[in-house]
Design a protein around this ligand. Structure first.
Ligand code: GTP
Ligand code: MG
Length: 208
């Protein structure tokens, strides 16, 4: 049974494992993996650092297109966080764009260890076509995902609540059921416990 009790995840260790150019080259491990995807610059790498409390674990940058490989991080020697390259960075060349898209989709569709995909959405913006299409793609392929709104610190409390509601409302026009969602900030650590406890719940359910 799924354990619904609140759990408090403690991060005891976080280690960089490897950067892989293709899903075939990803490490041959059996631990559950939680991967982060979304548009370039949405805050995937920053979120990994915020969740783990290791500020230099994943490489971040103010300019989009920083993460270009599949990066594995081993947490508490038991499970993995996976930092993926972002999609939708218009200034990339066509070839590079296609190459990254292939890397991302083959990881998402083929990686059996991937237990949950966190799809990051910048909470400041209205729903964007590219993200909605990406969600449809995940739905079509039955990929388990949840939504993480990022950069919550950049909005007032009322605007934040309003944007989240608007986003979820728009999703309901296309989806019968909403995926789990989290509101986060890598600056203020908002949402840290919620995301970690969600991961811990899944880890426990997998352990039986
Ligand atoms: P790519 O690897 O290029 O796809 O980007 P990414 O999604 O990994 O974004 P990254 O974590 O590198 O962050 C991009 C920029 O957004 C950096 O300048 C971060 O400091 C900033 N940023 C990320 N998360 C937050 C947040 O929660 N609040 C604020 N204010 N800035 C953030
Ligand atoms: Mg990154």
């Amino acid at each position: 049974m799924h354990d619904k009790k609140k759990v408090n995840m403690d991060i005891k260790s976080a280690e960089f494992v490897i950067s892989s150019p293709t899903v075939e080259k990803c490490p041959n491990t059996q631990q559950p993996e939680y991967a982060f995807i979304g548009r370039s610059n949405v805050g995937k790498s920053s979120l990994i650092n915020m969740l783990t409390g290791y500020n230099k674990l994943a490489k971040t940058s103010a300019t989009p297109g920083k993460t270009l490989l599949i990066n594995h991080f081993l947490i508490n020697k038991e499970w993995q966080l996976v930092d993926l390259p972002g999609y939708g960075y218009a200034k990339r060349g066509k070839k590079e764009q296609e190459n990254l898209q292939r890397m991302i989709t083959s990881y998402i569709l083929q990686r059996e260890q991937m237990t949950n995909l966190f799809l990051l959405i910048d909470v400041r913006h209205e729903p964007q076509k590219i993200d909605l299409e990406f969600m449809n793609f995940l739905g079509e392929h039955g990929v388990p995902f949840s939504i993480v709104f990022t950069k919550a610190d950049k909005l007032s409390r009322s605007k934040l609540a309003c944007n989240v509601q608007l986003y979820l409302h728009q999703l309901l026009s296309n989806w019968e059921e909403l995926p789990p969602h989290f509101v986060t900030s890598s600056e203020t650590k908002q949402g840290r416990e919620d995301v970690l406890n969600y991961i811990e719940e899944i880890n426990r359910s997998l352990a039986g």
